[in-house]
Design a protein around this ligand. Structure first.
Ligand SMILES: Nc1ncnc2c1ncn2[C@@H]1O[C@H](COP(=O)(O)OP(=O)(O)OP(=O)(O)O)[C@@H](O)[C@H]1O
Length: 768
């Protein structure tokens, strides 16, 4: 059904402006739409599988007729007027829409452009081994390549493990084989994982192997690089490496850097300290002291200066950061050969997971320890290297044989996770990267569920469409834990969070994911609106003062003025003495503008704050515009998209407060709920798998991110390749169903499908 009644007026989906679909969806949700025929309540379907249509919420007694669209030859645009935000034909009839049909909706398409599936019987153990037979008896099956990697224990081994190829299975089966079958002392095995969670999972899985006892598992030295090397350091000098001296909070490090920055007059608000912190960590992990650095530009020169000062300050106070744990151990081994030898004699076998994410200091440490015994097994996938910003470098994996010339290489190319349709699509994306080791994932099965590419109008509709899809699937038997919604940066998840929060679906999100409405620039805009509806709002005033370049210390004067002269806090801004006539003039002008905000919808209010109060200046200074990933100006665009749904600022503010509270509640409630939909950045989803995966915001500027596109335009393709790997990681999390959203508008601007996927849409494929 393409028509419905709203306030006695016909709404026809063929006539509706594309951007109004969401609003109609919301009207329907509130019960404000009727069937033009039986006047029963109808809703709007806005999902992925079908084009939008109205449907009865209760079965209708009548067999309702569709309000027909004339089948005329008149395809000229009808005369239209705008009413209640909707475009309506001027001469319309209630039951008949006199207009030419125009379908604004772009239907979802499926990926078809992939090779046919060839059924291959790979999962047979062709290697004759009693160990493999024992494993099979316990239900643990290894394919030929996996078996080869498990049984090869002496010498250096590189396991190139494609996504979903069972590297965790290989690492655990190999460790169990060494301990149980080869009777290798578990204390001589070092098993390094990328996260503490992975280490715990590895131990848990090891216990499932025949004859592996808890005591054996506990004897294996396993953990992250940081945990293992920190244990070594604190054993040798517990005073120096006392964890009380660890700078474990980012603000602690920032404070030292900002103090150093003041010496060279760096503007605290404008200088991108968060990037500087990353750059310093990158240098440290690359074993570069300030003296080794040849700066590329003025920015790096400044970062180098504060890096030097940061190191001096730390050593003066005996403090250390996470990077120092690895550097400290590296220095210990270099300076104390006897200690190094001791560890070289103790550890005989090294297994390193996620080798593609290793950085220089980690690589050098492993080399120091492992070269003597020579039994090193590195497992990784260069296509899943996504931590370059932390100093990770896939070239240690790509060029592994240069450092360990007698290496045996085993390629695991069978993908046990995803269907052929998903695997082949992901292959097609990743082969376009130039810097990689050639390999190809081969799926074990096909299910005819081709990845779906869908075209929401904007972020709001994207959220609605995928929640509709999830609800439909749950009705058909899927569980909430079968779903993951993945995004490039956390800020892209605002609309999805809001839609999920309004539904009854359980969902979980990263513990460090702050609410969109808690972001600094967003809070500032909201403070203006709060002040407009409550002129005595003390905390809102405090929050907005910096954006007017008024010192918060003047807050006391404002309060005193308010009491003494009996005027509202907002009014007091007109009388405040800042010492600058120009600024006082601006404040006088700002007050009536702030007051006027309460009369207008929130979207208009945001524009007014930007343009008439002049917040753009403030955003330029304080909005982290120097940042690569998260800029204040982008937050303002996101805020406008969110505000579009509201007609009054009071409602919008209530909504924002509710969402902030929900963010905290959801994080507490579903922290460890295994029965929940996962909302996650792509980075955090690594290593995980779900039956259904939705990748949202797959458009140029987001994935690939703008910063990578800019670097590519300047001749450096490495970030773009890393972004493509992110897309690959996201796609390969899906087992059975994969949905990718091509927003038509992102942050209020026209958006274009991610260039990474053009080979899946166009027959001829694409370049970078
Ligand atoms: N030989 C096998 N036969 C059947 N299933 C297997 C086999 N090996 C692994 N699997 C299954 O394949 C899936 C992927 O395995 P695993 O999580 O170990 O992959 P991975 O290589 O670590 O993936 P990624 O690197 O993409 O995170 C798991 O569900 C695992 O149980």
């Amino acid at each position: 059904m393409k028509t419905a009644l709203h306030n006695e007026q016909i709404i026809n989906l063929h006539m509706l402006n594309r951007e109004d679909y969401q609003q109609i969806f919301d009207y329907a949700k509130r019960g404000n739409l009727q069937c033009p025929d039986c006047l029963g309540s109808v809703k709007l379907y806005l999902g992925i599988e079908h084009e939008p249509y109205f449907y009865h919420t209760q079965p209708s007694n009548k067999s309702c007729q569709e309000a027909e669209i004339p089948n005329g030859s008149d395809l000229t645009e009808p005369e239209v007027i705008e009413r209640n935000g909707f475009i309506m034909p001027v001469s319309r009839s209630i039951t008949l829409v006199e207009a030419s049909p125009k379908t604004n909706f772009k239907k979802a398409v499926t990926v078809k452009n992939i090779p046919v599936f060839i059924n291959q019987e790979f999962n047979k153990n062709q290697v004759d081994s009693s160990y493999l037979t024992k494993l099979l008896e316990c239900g643990i099956r290894l394919d030929e390549k996996q078996a080869a990697a498990v049984l090869y224990t002496e010498g250096s081994l590189l396991v190139l493990a494609g996504a979903g190829s069972g590297k965790t299975r290989v690492l655990t089966a190999r460790t169990a084989y060494m301990v149980i079958e080869k009777e290798i002392d578990p204390q001589s095995i070092m098993l390094v994982t990328f996260t503490a969670k992975a280490a715990a999972e590895m131990k848990e899985r090891l216990l499932q192997y025949p004859f592996m006892t808890r005591s054996n598992v506990q004897k294996i030295v396993s953990g992250t690089f940081h945990s293992i090397f920190y244990r070594i350091l604190s054993f040798h000098s517990p005073q120096r490496w006392n964890n009380q001296k660890l700078l474990n909070k980012e603000w602690q490090r920032l404070q030292i850097l900002k103090n150093a920055g003041r010496e060279i007059h760096l503007d605290e608000k404008q200088f991108a300290y968060d990037l500087a912190i990353q750059q310093i960590s990158f240098w440290k992990n690359s074993l570069l002291t300030p003296d080794d650095i040849h700066t590329k530009d003025d920015w790096e020169e400044k970062v180098k200066y504060i890096y030097q000062k940061y190191e001096e300050e730390k050593s003066k106070k005996g403090l250390f950061d996470f990077d120092d744990m690895l550097l400290g151990c590296y220095e210990l081994f270099k300076n104390e050969p006897a200690i190094l030898e001791n560890y070289q004699n103790r550890f005989k076998y090294f297994l390193i997971d996620e080798f593609q994410d290793i950085n220089k200091v980690q690589f050098e440490l492993m080399k120091l320890l492992a070269t003597k015994a020579g039994n090193i097994c590195a497992v990784g996938d260069d296509d899943q290297s996504i931590y370059a910003f932390r100093g990770s470098n896939p070239s240690y994996l790509v060029d592994f044989e240069k450092e360990f010339p007698l290496t045996t290489v085993v390629k695991l190319e069978q993908n046990y996770r995803s269907s052929h349709e998903i695997t082949a699509s992901a292959n097609q994306v990743i082969i376009q990267n130039k810097k990689r080791r050639a390999k190809k994932m081969i799926a074990q099965y096909k299910n005819d569920n081709y990845p779906v590419l869908f075209y929401p109008y904007d972020e709001e509709e994207e959220a609605t469409m995928l929640i509709t899809d999830i609800q439909e699937k749950i009705k058909h038997g899927f569980m909430p834990e079968d779903f993951a919604i993945l995004y490039r940066t956390h800020s892209s998840s605002r609309a999805v969070f809001e839609r999920l929060a309004a539904s009854s679906l359980p969902f979980k999100l990263d513990q460090d994911a702050e609410s969109f409405y808690d972001r600094f620039i967003v809070r500032t805009f909201l403070a203006f609106m709060r002040m407009a509806i409550d002129e005595e709002n003390h905390s809102a005033l405090k929050e907005l003062l910096p954006s007017l370049f008024v010192k918060t210390s003047l807050l006391q004067d404002l309060k005193a003025d308010s009491i003494l002269n009996d005027r509202s806090l907002l009014e007091c801004l007109c009388h405040i003495k800042t010492g600058f006539a120009f600024q006082e003039g601006k404040l006088k002008k700002a007050v009536p503008i702030i007051r006027s905000l309460k009369e207008i919808p929130p979207l208009k209010a945001i524009e007014k704050i930007e343009q008439e109060i002049g917040l753009n200046d403030f955003i330029n200074k304080r909005g982290n515009e120097g940042n690569k990933l998260e800029k204040g100006s982008d937050d303002v665009r996101d805020l406008k998209v969110a505000a579009k749904n509201f007609t009054s600022i009071a409602d919008f503010l209530n909504h924002a407060d509710h969402m902030r509270a929900m963010n905290k509640e959801i994080k507490n409630l579903n922290k460890s709920n295994p029965r929940a939909i996962t909302l996650s950045t792509i980075h955090r989803s690594k290593g995980l798998e779900y039956k259904n995966v939705y990748i949202i915001g797959a458009v140029d500027g987001n994935l690939p991110h703008d910063h990578a596109l800019e670097e590519y335009r300047n001749g450096d393709a490495s970030s773009l390749e890393e972004e493509r790997r992110l897309m690959y990681v996201a796609m390969t999390r899906a087992k059975d169903y994969l949905y990718i959203s091509f927003l038509q508008k992102r942050r209020g601007r026209k958006a274009y499908p991610s260039r990474f996927l053009s080979s899946l849409i166009n027959k001829r494929g694409s370049g970078q």
